[in-house]
Design a protein around this ligand. Sequence first.
Ligand SMILES: Cc1cc2nc3c(=O)[nH]c(=O)nc-3n(C[C@H](O)[C@H](O)[C@H](O)COP(=O)(O)OP(=O)(O)OC[C@H]3O[C@@H](n4cnc5c(N)ncnc54)[C@H](O)[C@@H]3O)c2cc1C
Length: 428
Amino acid sequence: MVSEAGTELHTEQYNWAGNLRYAAAELREPTTVVELQELVAGASKLRALGSRHSFNRIADTSGVLVSLEHLAPAIDVDPDSLTVTVSGGTRYGTLAAELQRQGFALHNLASLPHISVAGAVATATHGSGDRNGNLATAVAGLEIVTADGGILTARRGDADFEGMVVSLGALGVVSSLILDIEPTFDVAQTVFDDLDWDRVLENFDDVTCSAYSVSLFTDWSGDRIAQAWLKSRTAGTDPEAKHTEFFGGSPATEPRHPIAGVPGTTCTQQFGVPGPWSDRLAHFRMEFTPSKGDELQSEYLVPREHAVEAIQAMRRLSHLVTPLLLVSEIRTMAADSLWLSPNYGTDGIGLHLTWRQDQPAVEAVLPVIEAELAPFGARPHWGKLFDGDAARLAPLYPRFADFKALAGRLDPEGKFRNGFLDRAVFGS
Ligand SMILES: Cc1cc2nc3c(=O)[nH]c(=O)nc-3n(C[C@H](O)[C@H](O)[C@H](O)COP(=O)(O)OP(=O)(O)OC[C@H]3O[C@@H](n4cnc5c(N)ncnc54)[C@H](O)[C@@H]3O)c2cc1C
């Protein structure tokens, strides 16, 4: 675990996975927005830190790291406009519980509820579902503390708003967000074991539209898929409840965890038992460590039209990938119009990899995967490990140059720039 600066550190802060120690000289935790504004105005280099769940140096800085963990969550529901205003550092688990208590819901959650709203939105974090945009698509408004310490507010429909949402932390510190909500709903989750790869690929659209949210778990080897997780809204039709067989798979008889050998008791309720969205849409329960902990992650978002070809490409790489894997997950997302969203302009699938924690070996295989997926226009998840740089990413995002221009206008001195942004966005 080596710091970017390679020098004595004062923050002693590691990311969640423990694979990197932030290079920041200082970690600050303001308790008010005014305090945050003063901090931002007074720093020469600064980055917002969420709940530290990213696997790369996207959140890092050589200056000051600012966590909003100690700002009040300030969850303010407006039932008339069906929106909630929430402080940026609030975790989805906290927000989901409060929304459910008041009879409301978000459209989706990621696999874990532990992540901060602003941090997840900044990297276009997503769950699954053919008709579900990623979590950033729920953002109806933002309040950003900009480089001079001023406050910029923007609403959906405003000029450049679609560039401000998936911000990678490059535009300022998002102090609060307005999110779309809807009346609460129930979800039933069923896991099927041991599906037939050929049948799934022949019927891929039928598989992914079988429920509100579908995830497939595989290690890419062999001719079977280990698990399918189907989350259905129970108020409407509930197709998977009728299945005793699902594309060659059979219903699990014990609670499942995506990673073989890890007890399913840390995961959300399965066996088709209906219950609140807030307790079913994530895979992992708030009160336990999500996933495994001792791991790394990468993910590539591929336009839907290339889904089956891209999956076949990953299966061909099994001899390289499988030995390094804990598990892989395949999900789907709806298209959006957020400039740096990996779902910009196209419905997509996510090819996610949870790696064993062997970073040199993982980093050696990433360029091979990226070369194999390049013909399909695969865009890497901003918060996970990837190899590509700005030269390779820019052609994948039609609004890439517009985002750089926006960052240049809002942060002319490069206060929020870091090594990650220089490599992956600004190309310098
Ligand atoms: C176990 C595990 C499971 C995961 N599952 C999923 C999944 O299901 N789907 C998925 O898409 N991803 C998943 N991820 C990845 C994760 O959602 C992203 O890395 C996300 O960005 C983490 O949010 P965070 O709050 O930890 O942000 P951090 O990692 O702390 O920061 C991420 C970025 O957000 C910026 N940021 C944070 N707060 C602010 C703010 N207030 N203002 C401006 N910028 C800010 C930071 O500067 C940085 O650029 C998973 C990660 C883990 C560890």
